[in-house]
Design a protein around this ligand. Structure first.
Ligand code: SAH
Length: 233
């Protein structure tokens, strides 16, 4: 079932306009067909009742009860030098149910903050598209970029993905009673030793993933998937 964002709700009806209307046309949805609608953080099963040049009207059949992520997960992601990789990570993070992504500037990450700021509109769009595809009703929060020295271990459990010196495997971490988790992932070139020491001294637990050295995007997504599937159960 295709899913769209509604612009407004009136009684038992949603109004779909602008780029979402365009998308509905591209998908060739016909009157009487069922669609999913995301509106104000909830997902609804609807049926298309009417469509004209300016808007589509659909009637609500039911609100869909969605299973929420098992923990609130924050990804501190060093901005990859190849910014396309960051887009891939945002898309996958949205599908997985990661709550928020914080772009992090590190010694070997992408550096230019003004370029990062300019990308935000495009990145928000990627998140919305991924929400539709994965039928995720609650937005992934894309936070303002921070410098690595400004990161703090504020969650119940704080993990540093470290392919160098970590002794502990992610499978050895206990998620018992944990409600919030954060994890930090380095850029293509990895962290410097000083950066790792600084994060460990702040309370981040260095953790390794099996088996070999992963690309930054592989590490982020695999760790996110493991945490969201193991925690809270
Ligand atoms: N060029 C670096 C690799 C960086 S990989 C090197 O030669 O070591 C990018 C980031 O992904 C790393 O900083 C780390 O956060 C994470 N990562 C990659 N493989 C990992 C693994 N096996 N275990 C834990 N973290 C890993």
């Amino acid at each position: 079932m295709y899913t769209f964002f509604a612009e407004a709700k009136s009684g038992n009806f949603f109004k779909i306009t602008d780029s979402e209307l365009k998308h509905l046309r591209v998908c060739r949805i016909k009157k009487g067909e069922e669609i999913g609608v995301i509106f104000e953080g909830s997902l609804y099963r609807c049926v298309l009742k009417d469509i004209n040049r300016k808007e589509a009207l659909c009637e609500i059949l039911e609100k869909v009860e969605i299973e929420l992520p098992s923990v609130k997960l924050t990804l501190f992601q060093a901005v990859p030098v190849n910014l396309k990789t960051f887009e891939f990570i945002l898309q996958k993070a949205t599908e997985l149910g990661i709550e928020s992504v914080v772009p992090v500037i590190t010694g070997r990450s992408f550096q230019d903050l003004s370029v990062i700021k300019k990308k935000f509109e495009r990145w928000e769009k990627i998140i919305r598209e991924a929400m539709k595809q994965s039928r995720r009703p609650e937005e992934l929060k894309l936070e303002e970029p921070v410098h690595i020295s400004d990161i703090n271990a504020e969650a119940d459990l704080n993990i540093l993905l470290d392919n160098f010196s970590a002794k502990k495997s992610i499978s050895e971490i206990s998620f018992k009673g944990i409600e919030t988790v954060s994890y930090v992932v380095g850029p293509e070139g990895g962290f410097s030793e000083e950066e790792i020491n600084m994060l460990v001294s702040k309370g981040f637990t260095p953790v390794k993933l099996r088996t070999f050295v992963l690309r930054t995007e592989t590490a982020s997504i695999v760790a996110g998937g493991i945490i969201l599937n193991l925690a809270g159960s």
